[in-house]
Design a binder for this molecule. Structure first.
Ligand SMILES: Nc1ncnc2c1ncn2[C@@H]1O[C@H](COP(=O)(O)OP(=O)(O)OP(=O)(O)O)[C@@H](O)[C@H]1O
Length: 326
């Protein structure tokens, strides 16, 4: 028996199929991250799993039991599945401690551990209108954890957070998984959040899972340009370019997909380099990004150090990475 089984789930909104025959299973403590363009059905899928939105067709089984829809129960939502919405609200004119105590099901010691993990212990006496967005987010999370969930569904938890609060929340989410033994699923638009956290990545488009696999696999072996683009920049290289960079002929009708960091910049040429002219150089802090015009392609390349300037001639080779054509 799987921890969570999603079977042929379908949902229509305003006459359009927004979740279309989605099936997957989730084992305890396996971290699944979902990405997809806006409107691809990610939130609707999580809300159906949580029992907050009625299912049109299909079934959600949590520990072998069907998750009931919101119209089948008095209080919508499964008691052991928590969903953190992008649009959560904290009641005004209450202290943080009061907001948390209203729903807390845990012993004081366990509740205190959650407040520590969520880094909110110092905020307990504050009023909810005296909090920053990042603090509110961690309190909303602590409130959900107080209901003792086994499965936590996080819907874009990092949106609208500055880097400091985002990093703090990332640590909190990691600790929830590791120290509280809660299984998490997460939606995010940011490849860095997804790839660094997930055991498995699920990519959605038009209500369908278009690709699912380990982060390295979906990043380096995307099934199509949509999947490639969701997880970062990429180059699609013509066969003439591919022939210079890769030993052996490219498969007919296919293009070589290369991530910018898998190209190497040289100042001199050899038989595995291709000559190009630098169009732009952009500094991003930890790396530089160069746009380079090749005879048949324009490519994007990432490098840690460079003194190249627009107009310079450079030579480019491919790192010894796995070759992927689409
Ligand atoms: N309650 C609703 N009533 C009508 N249409 C809805 C409702 N909820 C969602 N939709 C529509 O269903 C589609 C999928 O929405 P959903 O929020 O699941 O997408 P998403 O992938 O989570 O998008 P985003 O990344 O923008 O949050 C969208 O076209 C949306 O407008």
């Amino acid at each position: 028996m799987s921890f969570l089984t999603v079977l042929n789930l379908r949902k229509q909104q305003q006459g359009a199929l927004v979740v279309n025959d989605v099936s997957f299973t989730l084992q305890p403590f396996h971290k699944i991250a979902i990405a997809g363009e806006t409107g691809s059905g990610k939130s609707t899928l999580l809300k159906m799993i949580a029992g907050l939105v009625p299912v049109d067709e299909g079934t959600v089984l949590f520990e072998g039991q069907r998750v009931k829809g919101p119209h089948e129960v008095l209080l919508p939502g499964h008691p052991r599945i928590a969903y953190l919405s992008q649009h959560f609200e904290l009641r005004n004119n209450y202290s943080v401690a009061e907001v948390l105590e209203r729903v807390n099901l845990l012993e004081p010691e366990a509740a205190k551990e959650i407040y520590d993990i969520c880094r909110i212990t110092h905020l307990l006496q504050r009023r909810t209108d005296q909090l920053s967005g990042g603090e509110k987010q961690r309190i909303a999370l602590a409130r959900l954890l107080g209901t003792a969930p086994q499965l936590l569904l996080l819907d874009e938890p990092y949106s609208n957070l500055d880097m400091i609060h985002k990093n703090l929340l990332k640590t909190v989410i990691r600790d929830i998984g590791e120290e509280m033994n809660i299984t998490c699923m997460l939606i995010s638009h940011d490849p860095q959040d997804i790839l660094s956290w997930a055991d498995e990545v699920m990519l959605m488009k038009d209500g369908v899972i278009v690709q699912q696999g380990a982060p390295q696999q979906v990043y380096y072996q995307p099934l199509n340009t949509y999947a490639a683009g969701l997880l970062g920049k990429y180059n699609l290289l013509e066969s003439a370019t591919a022939k210079t960079l890769v030993a052996g002929p490219p498969p007919k009708g296919k293009l070589l997909l290369v991530r910018p960091e898998d190209l190497v910049l040289h100042t001199g040429n050899n038989d595995k380099t291709i000559k190009g002219k630098v169009n732009t150089v952009t500094f991003y802090g930890g790396y530089y990004e160069l746009e380079v015009a090749l005879p048949k392609d324009n490519i994007t390349l990432k490098t840690m150090h460079t003194s190249a300037k627009p107009g310079d001639t450079v030579y480019i080779s491919l790192k010894n990475a796995d070759i992927w054509y689409i």
